[in-house]
Write a protein that binds this ligand. Structure first.
Ligand SMILES: Nc1ncnc2c1ncn2[C@@H]1O[C@H](COP(=O)(O)OP(=O)(O)OP(=O)(O)O)[C@@H](O)[C@H]1O
Ligand SMILES: [Mg+2]
Length: 534
C-alpha cells in the first residue's frame, strides 16, 4: 500500500493562535481513492439527450443525469425536477442554471465549491456543491459518486447534513443539500470565545453523528471544524463532507486517504485507519474550539499534540472535566481512546442528553397542550355564545315581565304618533359586541362583521332592540341647536327623564330614534380569544 509521510517538522513559534484559513487546502495530501459500487443514473427526460464527445463516461455528458443509490425507497432522488425555464432557453443552460439562481459562494474545499442558491420552482434556499475538477476518468468519477452515496446514507440523521439530490452534467458533479448557517470554523472565527456549555453541546452533537457512522463500521477520516456545519436553527451541529468516508475493513486493505494533517491521528502515518482516528480528530477539533488554538499542520507542536502533551497556556482555560475528555480522545495509543459510545456515556454528556430529552418532552407536551387547549377553547366559545344568548333571552323575558310602574316615564319621540303615547319605555341594551368567532389574532368587534350583519343575531331576538354602542347619527348636516329645537316641549324645555341618567343630557335625545333608553348594562368584553403562535 502506498504510504505518505508528513513533511519534515518545521519550527513554528506563533504559539498557535488561530488564524483564518478558509479555503486553505495545503493540508490535504492526495485525492481520495475508492472503489464504488453500482449506482442509478437516470436521464432527465426534459433535457437534451445528446452525449458530449470526450466525456469520460457515457453517463457524464451534456445531459444532466440524476445520481442516486437509494433505489426504489426514494424514487424522487433518481429523477431530476423539470426546469421552470422555457425550453428554448433551457437548452442553452445547464440543469443547475435552469433550476437555481446562484446567490453567493458559501465555501470551497479541495473538491468542490459550495453555493447558496434559490430554487426557481419553489423559491427555497439550498446549498449546491459543484465539483471543482472535471471528471478526469472513470475512477475519479466513481470516487465523487461515492460521496453521493454517503451523503444519502446519513441524510436522515439529525446530526448529519440533509441531502436532497445529486446529478452530473458536463463532467461535473452537483450535490444539492440543505443550506446551513455556517461551518464551525466560521463560527469560531466569528465568536472566538465559545462558552464551555456550548462546547459540550457541540461535542454531544458530533459524537451522535459520528456514532451513526461508526455503528455502520464506517470512518469519516476528515473530521475538522470546516466539515461541521451549524444548522438553520443556529444550534444543531451536523457532520458534512463525506468525501473520504470509508469502510473500516476496506480502509486498511485498500487505499484510504488521510484527511487534513492538522486533525490527523498519529497512527494514520503508519497506515492504520480505525474509528479511533476519528475520535482523535474530534478531540483535537474540540481543543481548537475550546481553547481558540490554531492547530499546526506539522512541526514540533504537531508531534507534541500527538504525544499527549497539550500546551498549558491553552488547556488551562477550560474546566478539568473538559480537559480530561479531550486528553482521553487525543491519547497517542488508539486502543486507549474511548469509543463514541463510551464518550456518550460520560456523566456530563449523559446529563445533557437527559436535559435535551426532557426539553423535547416538555416541548411536545406543551405543543399537545396548546393543541387541546385550542380545541377546548373552540368548544367553550360555542358554549359561551349559547350562554350569552340564553342570558339575553332571560334578560329580555325578565324585562318584559317586569310591571311598568306609573312613575316610569315615557318618551314621546314623535308627538304626532299615537302609538308613542302607549309604548312603555324599554331600557336600552347597549353592547360592545365581542363575537365568538376569532378574527386574526385579536378580539372580534362588531365592526369586523359586514354592515347589516348581526353576528349574534341580536336583531332577530325581538324587542328590546339591541343596538350598537355607537349610536347612529341620522342628523348629519344639522346644527345641534337646530336639532335641539325640534325636541323642545310646548314650553320650550327639553324633555326630562329623571330615571335614566344619560337622558338627563339634552344631547342624548339627539341619538337615533331607535335609542329608547340608556344602557341598562354594558358588556365590555365577552371573552378574549387567545391564540398560539403556531
Ligand atoms: N450545506 C452547506 N451549507 C452551508 N455551507 C456549506 C454547506 N456545505 C458546505 N458548505 C461550506 O463549503 C465549504 C466546503 O464544503 P465541503 O467541505 O463539502 O467541500 P470539500 O471540497 O469536500 O472540502 P474538503 O477540502 O474538506 O474536502 C465548507 O467548509 C462550508 O463552509
Ligand atoms: Mg470540507
Amino acid at each position: 500500500m502506498e504510504k505518505h509521510r508528513l513533511p519534515l517538522p518545521e519550527l513554528h513559534d506563533d504559539k498557535h493562535r488561530h488564524k483564518q484559513c478558509n479555503g486553505d487546502n495545503s493540508n490535504r495530501f492526495r485525492p481520495p481513492k475508492y472503489k464504488t459500487r453500482g449506482y442509478v443514473a437516470v436521464d432527465n427526460n426534459n433535457l437534451n439527450r445528446s452525449q458530449s464527445l470526450g466525456s469520460c463516461s457515457a453517463n457524464s455528458s451534456q445531459v444532466a443525469h440524476a445520481i442516486s443509490f437509494r433505489g426504489l425507497e426514494c424514487p424522487d432522488a433518481s429523477t431530476l425536477p423539470l426546469s421552470p425555464v422555457p425550453l428554448e432557453r433551457s437548452e442553452r443552460n445547464s440543469h443547475f442554471e435552469q433550476c437555481f439562481e446562484r446567490l453567493a459562494k458559501l465555501g470551497e474545499g479541495s473538491f468542490g465549491e459550495v453555493f447558496k442558491v434559490r430554487d426557481r420552482s419553489d423559491g427555497r434556499f439550498y446549498a449546491v456543491k459543484i465539483s471543482k475538477q472535471l471528471f478526469r476518468g472513470e475512477q475519479y468519477r466513481a470516487e465523487r459518486l461515492e460521496e453521493v452515496r454517503r451523503y444519502e446514507e446519513f441524510s436522515g440523521h439529525e446530526n448529519c447534513i440533509r441531502f436532497i439530490r445529486a446529478w452530473e452534467q458536463y463532467d461535473r458533479l452537483y450535490m444539492q443539500m440543505e443550506l446551513c448557517r455556517e461551518s464551525l470554523e466560521q463560527y469560531l472565527l466569528r465568536c472566538q470565545r465559545i462558552p464551555e456549555e456550548r462546547i459540550w453541546h457541540i461535542l454531544l452533537d458530533l459524537l451522535r453523528g459520528l456514532k451513526s457512522l461508526h455503528d455502520r463500521n464506517l470512518i469519516h477520516l476528515d473530521i475538522k471544524l470546516d466539515n461541521v456545519l451549524i444548522g438553520e436553527d443556529d444550534e444543531t451541529c451536523k457532520l458534512a463532507d463525506f468525501g473520504l468516508v470509508i469502510d473500516v475493513d476496506r480502509a486498511n486493505s485498500h487505499h484510504a486517504t488521510e484527511g487534513d494533517s492538522r486533525y490527523m491521528a498519529p497512527e494514520i502515518l503508519q497506515g492504520h485507519f480505525s474509528k479511533a482516528a476519528d475520535i482523535f480528530s474530534l478531540g483535537i477539533a474540540m481543543l481548537e474550539l475550546a481553547c481558540y488554538m490554531d492547530l499546526p499542520s506539522n512541526g514540533p507542536l504537531w508531534h507534541e499534540l500527538r504525544n499527549g502533551i497539550l500546551p498549558e497556556e491553552f488547556i488551562n482555560k477550560i474546566s478539568l472535566e473538559l480537559q480530561s475528555v479531550i486528553k482521553s480522545m487525543m491519547m497517542p495509543d488508539p486502543a486507549r481512546r474511548p469509543t463514541a459510545d463510551q464518550l456518550l456515556s460520560h456523566p456530563k454528556l449523559q446529563h445533557l442528553q437527559q436535559k435535551r430529552k426532557s426539553l423535547m418532552n416538555l416541548s411536545m407536551l406543551s405543543r399537545s397542550f396548546r393543541r387541546s387547549r385550542r380545541a377546548v377553547w373552540g368548544r367553550m366559545c360555542n358554549w359561551k355564545t349559547s350562554a350569552f344568548r340564553y342570558l339575553l333571552y332571560f334578560l329580555e323575558v325578565l324585562h318584559l315581565c317586569k310591571p311598568i310602574g306609573p312613575s316610569q316615564p315615557s318618551i314621546n319621540l314623535d308627538p304626532n304618533s299615537p302609538s308613542s303615547k302607549e309604548v312603555p319605555l324599554v331600557p336600552r341594551v347597549e353592547f360592545q359586541l365581542v363575537g365568538s368567532t376569532p378574527i386574526a389574532n385579536r378580539d372580534c368587534y362588531a365592526s369586523d362583521f359586514p354592515f347589516g350583519e348581526d353576528p349574534l343575531e341580536l336583531s332577530h331576538q325581538g324587542s328590546p332592540n339591541v343596538i350598537n354602542s355607537t349610536p347612529l347619527n341620522t342628523n348629519q348636516g344639522k346644527s345641534r341647536m337646530e336639532l335641539l329645537g325640534k325636541n323642545l316641549d310646548s314650553f320650550g324645555r327639553y324633555p326630562k327623564m329623571p330615571d335614566f341618567e344619560s337622558l338627563n343630557s339634552p344631547c342624548s335625545a339627539l341619538s337615533s330614534p331607535k335609542v329608547l333608553d340608556t344602557s341598562s348594562f354594558r358588556r365590555k368584553k365577552l371573552f378574549v380569544m387567545e391564540f398560539d403562535d403556531e
